[in-house]
Write a protein that binds this ligand. Structure first.
Ligand SMILES: NC(=O)c1ccc[n+]([C@@H]2O[C@H](COP(=O)([O-])OP(=O)(O)OC[C@H]3O[C@@H](n4cnc5c(N)ncnc54)[C@H](OP(=O)(O)O)[C@@H]3O)[C@@H](O)[C@H]2O)c1
Length: 501
């Protein structure tokens, strides 16, 4: 059931940037079209350059035209465009935030509950919060004031703590919405419901029945035009520290006492804090990194495309000798009775043979083994490109002999007529509703950096050439060094037969 949203103003810093153009403006438009925005709701876009309201409206139209190629409803467009305003905040103008305050004080145009979306460079998060505070725009005495901080929240534990220290001079924890847009995905939210809204899973969700868990995010894409950002970040910090550890938390956490934001976060925090730190002295048995080299990738319709290697892409930008990983795989253990001894393999890679995000759970060997060919059961929660739950079980082949084959029970999560909601749409709505369940608590962010920092540091210090894998191929064979048992292997496509190397 839709929650009631107070009249409010969304103040969008960085509205002309890439994220806003591709996700936020189109997302807000779709929310408006679906009747999910309150009648009295305004959007104030803030950028550094001077623009007239008309010019800004024309730019919004360009964003919507680019996104909705099949057109959109004119009446919704008129309503949406009427909500939109623009304010220039040039860094050279010492009075810019005061001017913004004066503009916002017009209650007829701008409802006084204010949600700030900071879609700007991470170095701008703290200064913007400080300046909002200085002019009194974070004051909650009469109206609520919330601040959404884009990813990444810090680049390591000390910088995350420094950012936290500077913004909490001006904000209470309840005002801070730290985004991990993965959590806005309906398929990810479904992990918790699959576990706790069904009787059959919880009893077997432990080390007595589960052999290991694989959490995968593989992409066909390379680093594209983000070479500088990527080379300073790497797969571990870009994907594992945030999205994949959050996914792991949802898979492995204990049942929250209810579905309130505080209860869910409390269990996620407990879980993240109980992941054992990887011993740096044994890093090579727990973590593997690699970089893609030139190869051929699938670009849809079965066509292939020759692509450059990562180091060649960097060389084009004048950068040499990088050890930044485009492939990262970790083996993690959770220090609690439920998961004692169960490896969680977490991996992410660019330029793989397929793009897929999935949680694959392999169960232990069945009590009855008919022959060596008998497969172990797998349960896959597939996040993208297809949202589905798939179970693989052994079943008798009809006939005179006693023999089994693997049967795949495949349940698409998405059915015809279902709403298709982008993760940013649900998160924007949650921000305005004041529901932080899908946003990160600072303790989660800290626990995630605490795990990742020592590996990032050890990998940065090790300047020996990084293992190379051919673009368009499967995981490098050498990555199997992190497996705990000889019979473990990377699970691929959700289709039967797509599993073995
Ligand atoms: N793009 C994505 O898919 C994506 C995904 C995950 C996270 N993020 C995060 O989202 C944030 C934005 O990313 P982006 O890709 O949209 O970056 P971007 O394209 O560089 O856009 C940032 C925008 O911020 C504006 N800006 C800079 N300083 C400002 C200030 N002081 N006040 C108001 N506006 C200011 C700039 O616009 P003007 O020149 O008009 O001021 C610029 O267009 C970053 O923190 C990024 O890490 C982005």
């Amino acid at each position: 059931m839709a929650k009631i949203i107070d009249p409010c103003t969304l103040v969008l810093f960085g509205a002309s940037g890439n994220l806003s153009r591709v996700k936020l403006m189109p997302g807000l438009f779709r929310l408006d079209a679906a009747g999910r925005l309150p009648n009295h709701m305004a959007i104030l876009s803030v950028g550094r350059g001077e623009l007239s309201r008309e010019t800004w409206h024309a730019d919004i139209k360009t964003m919507l035209d680019a996104k909705f190629k099949n057109g959109y409803d004119k009446a919704v467009f008129e309503r949406f465009i009427a909500r939109n305003h623009y304010h220039a905040n040039p860094p050279t103008d010492a009075d810019a935030f005061n001017k913004m305050k004066v503009l916002l004080s017009d209650e007829k145009v701008f409802p006084q509950n204010l949600a700030y979306f900071l879609s700007v460079r991470p170095t701008d998060f703290a200064p913007i919060v400080e300046q909002l505070s200085e002019v009194g725009l974070l004051d909650e005495r009469e109206y609520w004031r919330r601040v959404l901080i884009e990813k990444p929240f810090g680049t390591d534990l000390p910088s995350a703590q420094a950012l936290q220290a500077s913004i909490t001079k001006h904000l209470k924890e309840s005002q801070i919405y730290r985004i991990d847009h993965y959590l806005g995905k309906s398929a990810l939210q479904n992990i918790m419901l699959t576990r706790f809204a069904n009787t059959m899973f919880e009893p077997i969700w432990n080390n007595q029945y589960i052999d290991h868990v694989q959490i995968t995010n593989n992409e066909i894409l390379g680093v594209g035009d983000r070479t500088e950002f990527y080379n300073n970040t790497g797969a571990l910090r870009d994907m594992v520290q945030s999205h994949l550890l959050q996914t792991l938390a949802l898979v492995a956490m204990e049942k929250p006492k209810d579905l309130s934001p505080d209860s869910i976060r409390a269990e996620k925090i407990k879980l993240l804090q109980s992941i054992k730190p990887i011993p740096v002295a044994e890093l090579h048995r727990h973590a593997f990194r690699a970089q893609y080299e030139a190869g051929r990738v699938c670009v849809g319709d079965g066509h292939g495309e020759n692509v450059r290697g990562y180091l060649e892409e960097l060389a084009k930008e004048g950068v040499t000798g990088s050890v930044t990983e485009t492939y990262a795989a970790l083996k993690l253990f959770i220090d609690n009775p439920r998961w004692k001894g169960v490896p969680f393999y977490v991996r992410t890679a660019k330029r793989m043979h397929e793009g897929n995000t999935a949680i694959s759970i392999r169960f232990k060997k069945a009590p009855m083994q008919l022959n060596n060919e008998q497969h172990q059961n797998w349960l896959t929660l597939n996040i993208q490109p297809r949202e589905c739950i798939k179970m693989e079980i052994e079943s008798k082949i009809p006939g005179l002999d006693i023999a089994t084959r693997t049967l795949s029970i495949d349940g698409p999560q998405r059915q015809q007529g279902d709403e298709s909601i982008d993760s940013y749409e649900s998160l924007l709505l949650n921000l305005m509703e004041g529901d932080p369940s899908l946003y990160l608590h600072i303790s989660e962010v800290e626990a995630q950096w605490r795990l990742i920092d020592p590996i990032v540091k050890a990998w940065a210090e090790d300047q020996s050439p990084v293992h190379q894998y051919k673009a368009g191929n499967r995981d490098p064979e050498a990555s199997s060094v992190i497996f705990d048992a000889k019979d473990q292997f990377w699970r691929y496509s959700i289709e039967l037969g797509g599993d073995k190397q």
